[in-house]
Design a protein around this ligand. Sequence first.
Ligand code: GLP
Length: 238
Amino acid sequence: MKRIILDNYEAVSSAAADIFVQQLSNKPDSVLGLATGSTPLGLYAELVRRYQAGIVDFSKARSFNLDEYYPISKNHPQSYNHYMRKNLFDKVNFAQYHLPNGETGDPQFECSMYDIAIKSAGGIDLQLLGLGVNGHIGFNEPTVSYPMSTNLVGLTDSTLSANSRFFSDGVKQPTQALTMGFGAIFSAKRILLLICGASKAAITEKLFSGFIHTDVPACLLLLHPDVIVIMDHEAESK
Ligand code: GLP
């Protein structure tokens, strides 16, 4: 695991964009694994800026997002489908993009089809990840055994509380989600983990403590052969 510590959020976003641009320049038909949350917003804004400047092209690229709330309509302002269209897909030229379908009536079938689609695409070349305050990646919450396949999961109180800031009063927050499991995440040839802000300092300290804490899903990344972590000073302040 390679660690890069930068001054601030803007520097992290720009360095992450460099990695995406390099990936697409080396392999224009890359399969990209994408993430949501507040952390990648700066990266996506930077990729849009570079696309508009003619520096990067997504026309041969395909993407698979990590997760989606369940149940949720694609057009719900807090769905990850809406987030991705608003922040990236409507502004650049991806050949194809995929997210788990939060509208499905058959989540198990949806999860199986999602894994098949990732496999048929040849697996993921570059997987972007953020980090939950409890160490989750995607929506793989701390537990005793982690699913390999895409799954319907219940969200923990910690995650519901951390993400409640996005749901205004009176808007019901889903308590479940569809998330890629460790099979698809570990199929990625390279993983890019972004960690920003003081709220992540405690879990970042645990992640880099030199132990694989089984109650910190992100610790499993320590076993992947090619992970780059880019973080800001606030996240590594402990
Ligand atoms: C959500 C997403 C994760 C994301 C995490 C951190 O729960 N499912 O993929 O990494 O939040 O979010 P943030 O970047 O807003 O701290």
